[in-house]
Ligand binder design. Sequence first.
Ligand code: THU
Length: 134
Amino acid sequence: MSTDATPLLEAARSARLHAYAPFSKFQVGAALETTEGVVITGCNVENATYGLTVCAERVALFKAISEGHRTFRRIAIVADTESPTPPCGACRQLLWEFGGDLEIILGNLTQETGRYRLKDLFPLPFDARLLLRQ
Ligand code: THU
């Protein structure tokens, strides 16, 4: 039986309410859970240059890293869409740095819409193993 992701999805929904998305109007919330059970949230922050926009997942990840967390269990990502909103390629790469076993729980405003493992969404990654090899 899969674990109850309701509280994590709720945390992502609350974070989404802080999204700064005046250009796309596409508001996203994320809630990242550490292996100790601490939850760190994020929302997307857009910019008039467009290109400097930062996704909700990355905001949550960078907040967590800057607060000293390094190992993660799950991330919930919420958008107001009927079909699942999966993390973009850049966020997959950044999340990968901290473990492929991360569970990705997708949801919308009312329900869970999908569950994945990062290693399945991001096969054949470029990562530290290639750089640290003797
Ligand atoms: N966005 C996220 O925050 N996370 C995703 O997983 C997909 C896209 C944001 C970036 C931008 O502010 C808006 O959604 C439209 O791309």
